[in-house]
Design a binder for this molecule. Structure first.
Ligand code: NAD
Length: 429
């Protein structure tokens, strides 16, 4: 079994950076201070409501039982049920899940959807597991959490290494316990099982909508805008593809193994087809091959880190040469890097806005499941665009009003909304 402490030390050792929960807390503290948040509310909102750790026994294909460690953190319920993805990874840690759950609270508040924040994770290496093992792992994890999740309690969704199939297993397991089908217990399900049209593309599409707004500030059109994307999965791959379709010049993209670069622009549908076929960008013709950290330093108009946390740190922030940083991933930039980026005039579309398209359409999915009435894809996309553009404008206005950077403005917007609702509800004692 993976050792989370060792992983945590490996990931942050020798660095002046903080772990993701500390990074989140530092930003929370700054925004709370600027808002003049009352000490009592500060104390309540800074910590998660609930941290659940489960040990999940799974019968492997070989016949032996392996015990996996899993988490679900429910950060805040003030505005509605907890909401957030489940991540399967060998190096996922409780601190990481805590940070991700808090980011979900702030993200849902930034786009003003009636959810709190939650996140889950299981320490496992899905690439080494069969489909049957993954199904048994998912079903047992769901059963362990059965009293804590539900359409009005906590609504999971996919995250790294989990997908529509994972959500279908969770929905089915929960429904077997409830003795009737409960589609609204998860989002990101297959469309045939109560999923929403447009959900799969929603996070990448949300990145596109916020980038569309940001380039206006630089008097750029999509055709004049060069884009570099880190990651080619659900967020990066789809985001790059949608930007390509809209005329943006995507000059570089990467996966975990490395990056490809062509200053004249890449043919993204062709790149993604190649990646799908060969499972790697290695050997792709018509492009230079670079390491992931070199990709981040390419001169471009828009840099979209859409892979994982802590990619832009105090070590490389001064080498970032983009005008706009569109954070498709959660927590790709550390607080120490923020200071350098803002000093250098980089316009940051913070993660809790840039990648909020996913949770926004998850909210639409939950609404459609509960109505039992499903919308057309163009309706979903139009409602998503309205929410993303409105949130972008609210955030920009707040940043200008308070003369703060966009990251601080995003936290201020979110914390203010959660604080208002907490104050109105009062603390039950
Ligand atoms: P994914 O697994 O589909 O894709 C991840 C991509 O990043 C892959 O191309 C992978 O090769 C690459 N990658 C992984 N680790 C890397 C590393 N250390 N260095 C460089 N590249 C690496 O995952 P996803 O769903 O696209 O999620 C990506 C990020 O976006 C995560 O931070 C996730 O929390 C966030 N996010 C996802 C959604 C969603 O709807 N999928 C919504 C909001 C935020």
């Amino acid at each position: 079994m993976a050792n989370p402490m060792a992983d945590e030390q490996r990931r942050f050792k020798g660095s002046d950076e903080k772990n993701p929960f500390e990074a989140m807390s530092e930003r929370f503290d700054r925004a709370a201070q600027l808002l003049g948040l009352e000490p009592d509310l500060y104390a309540v909102m800074r910590v998660p409501s609930r941290e659940i750790k489960v040990y999940i026994p799974v019968k492997m294909d070989s016949g032996h039982i392996e015990v996996f460690e899993g988490f679900r953190v429910q950060h805040n319920f003030a505005r509605g049920p907890a909401k957030g993805g489940i991540r399967y990874a060998p190096d996922v840690t409780l601190d990481e899940v805590k940070a991700l759950s808090a980011w979900m609270t702030w993200k849902c508040a930034v786009v003003n959807v009636p959810f709190g924040g939650g996140k889950g994770g299981i320490i496992c290496d899905p690439r080494q597991m069969s489909l049957g093992e993954l199904e048994r792992l998912t079903r047992r994890y769901t059963a362990e959490l059965i009293d804590f999740i539900g359409p009005d309690r906590d609504v999971p969704a996919p995250d790294m290494n989990t997908n529509e199939q994972t959500m279908a297993w969770i929905m089915d397991t929960y429904s077997m316990h409830a003795r009737h089908t409960v589609t609204a217990v998860v989002t990101g399900k297959p469309v045939a099982l109560g999923g929403s049209l447009g959900r799969r593309e929603a996070t990448g599409r949300g990145v596109l909508f916020t980038v569309n707004e940001a380039i206006k500030r630089f008097n750029l059109t999509p055709e004049q805008t060069s884009v570099v994307v880190q990651g080619s999965g659900n967020v990066g791959g789809i985001g790059a593809s949608l930007m390509y379709d809209q005329g943006y010049k995507v000059i570089a993209i990467s996966d975990i193994h490395g990056a490809i670069y062509n200053s004249k622009g890449l043919n993204i549908p062709e790149v993604l087809e190649y990646l799908d076929r060969t499972k790697s960008l290695e050997g792709y013709a018509d492009a230079d091959h670079l390491a992931n950290d070199e990709l981040l330093e390419i001169e471009c108009d828009v840099l979209a880190p859409c892979a994982t946390e802590n990619q832009i740190t105090s070590h490389n922030a001064s080498k970032i040469k983009c005008k706009i940083l569109a954070e498709g991933a959660n927590g790709p930039t550390t607080p120490a890097a923020d200071k350098i980026l803002f000093k250098n005039g980089v316009f940051v579309i913070p993660d809790i806005l840039a990648n909020a398209g996913g949770v926004t359409v998850s909210y639409f999915e939950w609404v459609q499941d509960r109505m039992g009435y499903f919308w057309r894809e163009d309706e979903v996309n139009q409602r998503l665009e309205e929410k993303m553009v409105a949130s972008f404008n609210e955030l920009s206005q707040l940043a200008e009003l308070h003369k703060v950077d966009t990251r601080t403005a995003a936290y201020m917007l979110a914390i203010d909304r959660v604080a208002y609702d907490t104050r109105m509800r009062g603390i039950y004692a």
